[in-house]
Unconditional design. Structure first.
Length: 276
């Protein structure tokens, strides 16, 4: 059975050969859902997620897999995490979604760009491929992240392995070497740079931990790990009460330094989520 794609209003569903599905929103071009054959959801989506604000302004959807492009976070003149998650994308038959950005479309970023996001769902894994092409005539320089929200029972019961000994970066601490597993007892917003092996998420089980997720990536050398924590969760109007416990963001990224594409060049990045 071949993978197929159907469109339901502003959503596009991709069905894998084994019956697993992945659903895109055309608003922001982001994945909203990954379900197994039995319908169990693997991605977190806030109960208060919205696409429009009170004045009709475009909002980023809280959850799923937002595409942060061409600017990660607030480090630049563009909206936080860039404009791709605020734009309307189009369906890409058989694969996913596409966005064409004309030169000068957004003040502060003069280049043209062509983006595609594809999904390949199965019962035990989800492959997310992002392609960025610079059609010219100017080069395109950007940072990029797949802002993946993993659905979890309780983030405080988790630890993340695979970044030990790698360079890490936080806004307040600057750069440092990651020592040991990363745990989530408060807000965590950490960049992990130039990773050499997959990250794994383990869950507390009895007196120890058991493996829950493996996050593999290629073409995107960095990662961001984020959870808002209890203290600041109330400041997010699009996050339901107590929902900060229900997600962990593990984001494949190219953020240590901007990526520059000359006209005609393309970046292909892949994130593979594996349930263990």
């Amino acid at each position: 059975m071949q993978q197929s794609l159907e469109r339901f209003g502003d959503r596009v569903e991709v069905r894998g050969p084994d019956g697993a599905t992945a659903s895109f929103s055309l608003h922001g071009g982001q994945l909203l859902s990954w379900r197994g054959r039995g319908g169990d959801e693997r991605l977190f989506l806030s109960s208060l997620a919205a696409v429009r604000g009170p004045k009709g302004q475009a909002l980023a959807i809280r959850g799923g897999v937002p595409v942060c492009f061409p600017q990660f976070a607030g480090l630049g003149p563009l909206p936080k995490h860039g404009f791709a998650r605020l734009e309307r994308w189009e369906a890409l038959p058989g694969r996913g979604v596409r966005l064409e950005v004309e030169p000068g479309r957004w003040p502060g970023w003069p280049a043209a760009a062509r983006l595609e996001v594809q999904a390949r769902p199965s019962e035990h894994s989800l492959e997310i491929e992002v392609q960025v092409e610079a059609p010219g005539p100017e080069p395109a320089e950007f940072t990029l992240a797949l802002h993946t929200y993993l659905r979890v029972d309780d983030v405080t019961d988790l630890e993340l392995l695979g970044a030990e000994g790698r360079l890490a970066r936080e806004a307040e601490r600057g750069e440092f070497v990651q020592a040991g597993p990363l745990r989530f007892e408060g807000e965590v917003d950490r960049q992990l740079l130039a990773l050499e092996r997959p990250l794994e998420v383990w869950q507390r089980s009895g007196a120890g931990y058991r493996p829950l997720w493996r996050v593999e990536q290629s073409g995107l050398p960095d990662a961001v790990v984020w959870n808002i924590g209890a203290a600041k969760a109330g400041g997010l109007s699009d996050l339901g009460p107590g929902e900060w416990r229900r997600y962990l963001c593990v984001e494949a990224a190219h953020i240590a330094a901007p990526k520059r594409l000359e006209p005609g060049q393309k970046l292909v990045g892949l994130q593979r989520l594996v349930r263990l």
